[in-house]
Design a protein around this ligand. Structure first.
Ligand SMILES: [Zn+2]
Length: 169
């Protein structure tokens, strides 16, 4: 047995895992491995390393996939949450504008009469009008601060997540 035989055996062992050997090569390798303890040990180690590498790769891939899926799902929920929040804020703003407009209209219609009836001076009436004009927006702002994630929003989010085919539930 020459050094060339061992080299050839080692090369064939490496190629065996990734490509089909010709039957002549394969037969030669088998007979060499039976005769040569050193190359047989190398072949066994090579196989073991290959299996280990494959199993590690599979594990890493599976956990990576799970982690990535979890991250993607979290990101989707984040986006939905931001969207829900934007809708809620826009809705609150519209309600605020509507109610302020309505208050202004009411005051324009009846304010003078009310002030006159109650005998209020304009020093009190004017700041009072301003207060009532901004009151709805103020109330909404306070409510949103007190309940940063109101029940409505949670329910909305939960229904969105449940609708997703890949989502939990
Ligand atoms: Zn050998």
């Amino acid at each position: 047995m020459t050094e060339r035989d061992h080299d050839r055996a080692i090369e064939l062992i490496a190629r065996r895992g990734t490509e089909d050997l010709s039957s002549a090569d394969s037969t030669w390798l088998e007979s060499h491995l039976q005769a040569c303890r050193q190359c047989a040990d190398y072949a066994a180690d090579f196989e073991k390393a290959g299996q280990l590498l494959r199993s590690v790769t599979v594990t890493a891939t599976a956990s990576l996939v799970t982690a990535t899926q979890a991250r993607v799902r979290a990101r989707a929920i984040d986006l939905q949450e931001q969207h829900a929040r934007a809708v809620l804020i826009a809705l609150s703003f519209c309600i605020g504008v509507l109610s302020s407009t309505f208050s202004a209209w009411l005051w324009w219609k009846f304010g003078g009469w009310v002030a006159e009836r109650l005998g209020l001076s304009s020093a009190i009436v004017e700041p009072g009008v301003l207060f009532f004009l901004i009151l709805p927006a103020l109330v909404i702002a306070v409510l949103m601060l007190v309940f940063p994630r109101p029940l409505l929003e949670e329910t909305f989010l939960a229904s969105l997540v449940r609708e997703r085919p890949g989502g939990n539930q």
